[in-house]
Design a protein around this ligand. Structure first.
Ligand SMILES: Nc1ncnc2c1ncn2[C@@H]1O[C@H](COP(=O)(O)OP(=O)(O)OP(=O)(O)O)[C@@H](O)[C@H]1O
Ligand code: SF4
Ligand SMILES: [Mg+2]
Length: 348
């Protein structure tokens, strides 16, 4: 593969869920615009963080790129091959290369199956028997994820939440994938063990050269994990950049607000990056605001923001590859954002 072909290339990716209503004939009366025109690439071996508030379309994006869901519009290419509407048969060889790790390590493992059965499941489904047999491979995988290979015959309930997520990681690794979509893989876990699982995923990414789309609510979790980060708001990517560019030079007001909620995000030794108060709720994806979708909560919104949707482009001052969708991008020291002094829990 040439270096210029990304592993995954997503263009105009859209998912609208129809909303039915009316009596006696139920008709489509509207659509939840869960994902609305995403463009991004993931390179081989790269970790891309995908961040945004609840309901902004992260899981839907994950399900679309793993082809668990059909897109409404747009295209998905994997290693240069258009898989947007590929049939089950056409997808079969690719399915093993793209895996998903889910948020809930309790719900995503079958309680009636042994760990050995769970982890060897993908091999069985795809009719793959590795050299030395499936059991040997499962034992290797258990070791890779830091579990005792002797626990092959145990059941999920005999493991803690963190250990169960390790089982989920082992299952995702079973077919030597090229891309793993990890949908909030640590947010259901105890804070004290989140770092261990993130470290395991990072080890897997680096040592096995697997590309990741790592979905998370906040920028703190993806910071150490991702080479690049995309910020989503109401079904759109509002900013995407190399990790350091994004954290050091956020140009979108929403990115800045999210970053202000990350205590360790300060890069210039200024201990007091004050939190920005975002007022109002996230609007409904059934009826998103015209123009810029963030405008109802943006302290810089102008008339133009209400009428023209800002394109995701390299705005002036951005490094190559740093794209921002904003008519009035942030610059160092501009615009007094609404500060938050008390009551930090309600911010962002
Ligand atoms: N099957 C579905 N039918 C109708 N609407 C849906 C469906 N799945 C998701 N949605 C809606 O699409 C929007 C995006 O949902 P999604 O689960 O992708 O968000 P998310 O960013 O993963 O949120 P969270 O952080 O809470 O997991 C939400 O408004 C959600 O209610
Ligand atoms: S386009 Fe306008 S409303 Fe949207 S983020 Fe930029 S300034 Fe705010
Ligand atoms: Mg989700």
């Amino acid at each position: 593969m040439s270096n210029t072909t990304p592993l995954l290339d997503v263009s105009g990716l859209t998912k609208h869920f129809p909303v039915k209503g009316g009596f006696p004939i139920r008709r489509t009366v509207g659509a939840v615009q869960a994902v609305d025109g995403l463009d991004f690439q993931v390179n081989e071996g790269e970790a891309l963080g995908l961040v945004g508030e609840s309901g902004c379309g992260k899981s839907t994006t994950g399900r679309l790129i793993t082809r668990l869901m059909e897109p409404t519009a747009g295209s998905i290419s994997y290693r240069g091959q258009d898989i947007t509407h590929a049939s089950r048969r056409a997808l079969a060889p690719i399915r093993s290369e793209i895996q998903m790790i889910f948020q809930d390590p309790y719900a995503s493992l079958n309680p009636r199956q042994t760990v050995g059965k769970i982890i060897s499941g993908p091999m069985e489904i795809n009719g793959i028997t590795p050299e030395g047999g499936r059991e040997k491979r499962v034992r290797e995988l258990l070791e890779i994820v830091g579990l005792n290979p002797e626990h092959y015959n145990r059941f999920p309930h005999e493991f803690s939440g963190g250990q169960r997520q390790r089982i989920g990681v082992a299952r995702a690794l079973a077919l030597e994938p090229k891309l793993i979509v990890a949908d909030e893989p640590v947010s259901a876990l105890d804070v004290s063990i989140q770092a261990q699982v993130v470290n395991l995923l990072q080890k897997v990414q680096q040592e096995l050269g697997i590309a990741f789309v790592f979905i998370a609510h906040d920028l703190a979790v993806v910071r150490h994990f991702s080479q690049r980060v995309a910020v989503m708001y109401l079904g759109k990517i509002v900013e995407i950049a190399d990790r350091d560019d994004l954290y050091e030079n956020p140009r979108h007001p929403y990115t800045r607000a999210l970053l202000s909620a990350v205590p360790e995000a300060t890069v210039d030794d200024t201990p007091t990056r004050e939190r920005i108060r975002l007022t109002g709720d996230v609007p409904s994806p059934l009826n998103p605001p015209s123009g810029c979708r963030f405008r109802t909560r943006c302290w810089k919104a102008t008339e133009k923001c209400a009428t023209e949707a800002p394109p995701l482009v390299q705005v002036e001052g951005n490094k190559p590859g740093h794209l921002t969708a904003c008519h009035h991008p942030e610059t160092e020291g501009t615009v007094p954002a609404p500060r938050l002094s008390k009551d930090p829990e309600t911010a962002v």
